[in-house]
Design a protein around this ligand. Structure first.
Ligand code: FAD
Length: 299
């Protein structure tokens, strides 16, 4: 299935990676980077474990991306459990690696998702404070999180929007959303965001579904709902990985196509460090990786 859309190729993408935990995963990540680079992302980003748990692997991945991929590379940064001096040390080190774009986050409570967040007494209490600190240092493009279905700790969506406004007012350049599957939810959220006077771009986070069962487990912790229509779309494909992959690509491409029809032309794709599904999604929307497009033109 290819979706014939007037705005095809007119959309922009960024990809999120996580630092690999083993040599095999590292190999897979670099194959993924090579495959996805052809789609010319605006930037790629590398997650950072709360409490600095992935500091070295995040740094290594960021460093290698900058040195070898030629892609604009953002590092995520959390401030949970760190005092200000420690956070500034990490920021200095990231700058030293050549990082000029930081996805600034508070991070999950170290006592576990769902437990009360206790800020470090000498640290930044939330992402808005971290953004202000980065802005004061200067020289960074700053992205932040946004939660169309609200953050699990928030009492309601308006509390989330209030925090997003604080982050935008502190100097964030854009927000990247938690993944969601119901575009009506995103549209309602964006109406409230605009009504609150937030003018930075809010870029939808798209999660192509590698495995619906695993996604359901993970989504609950993130505050993302998994609508029933997804059960229907994937029903009967448990033992048919090829058909399942096609459905997964269709679902994400349809979601992006619908968002484009509603006026969104920028997407942050959670790649899960795997290229085939992400490539299939983008190719369904008429985007071809640059080498293939050039080869096609030459043929
Ligand atoms: P904030 O923006 O500070 O707060 C998020 C929301 O939570 C606020 O809107 C507010 O309403 C509510 N809230 C915050 N504190 C409180 C409180 N004390 N009481 C009540 N409500 C409160 N996590 C990682 O560990 N590493 C990553 O690399 C990473 N990358 C992410 C990338 C994206 C695009 C997104 C959307 C999330 C990512 N996360 C990551 C998850 C994130 O760290 C968690 O959701 C964390 O719990 C909140 O961090 P934040 O920066 O969104 O917090």
């Amino acid at each position: 299935m290819t979706i014939a859309h007037p705005a095809r190729n007119a959309f922009r993408v960024s990809f999120e990676f996580f630092p690999p935990k083993s040599p095999d995963m590292e190999h897979q990540l670099w194959e993924t980077v090579q495959d996805l680079a052809g789609f010319e992302p605006d930037f790629v980003s590398v997650t950072y474990g709360a409490g600095g748990t992935t500091k070295a692997p995040t740094f290594n991945t960021v460093q290698r991306l900058i040195a070898e991929s030629g892609l604009v590379t953002a590092s995520h940064l959390t401030c949970v459990d760190a005092d200000r001096a420690e956070t500034h040390q990490v920021i200095d080190e990231l700058a030293g690696l050549g990082v000029r774009h930081i996805v600034a986050l508070r991070g999950d409570p170290s006592s576990g998702v769902g437990t009360a967040y206790v800020p470090h007494p000498d640290g930044y209490a939330n992402a808005a404070e971290l953004v202000a600190a980065l802005k004061a240092i200067g020289g960074f493009e700053i992205s932040v999180s946004a939660y169309p279905e609200k953050h699990p700790e928030s009492t309601d969506v308006s509390a989330d929007i209030e925090m997003l406004k604080r982050k935008a007012d502190a100097g964030a350049d854009r927000a990247l959303t938690q993944f969601f599957f119901d575009n009506n939810v995103f549209e309602d959220y964006m109406e409230k965001v605009l009504a609150a006077g937030i003018t930075i771009p809010v870029i939808p986070g798209i999660m192509p579904i590698q495995n619906l069962t695993q996604l359901k487990r993970f989504a609950g912790r993130c505050g993302s709902s998994v609508p029933a229509f997804l059960d229907e779309r994937f029903a009967g494909y448990d033992d048919k990985p090829e058909d399942r992959a096609k459905v997964a690509a269709d679902v994400a491409a349809e979601q992006m196509d619908d968002l484009m029809r509603r006026g969104t032309h920028e997407f942050h794709i959670y790649s899960m460090n795997r290229a085939p599904l992400v490539s299939a999604v983008l190719e369904r929307l008429g985007r071809r990786p640059i080498e293939k497009a050039q080869a096609g033109a030459a043929a």
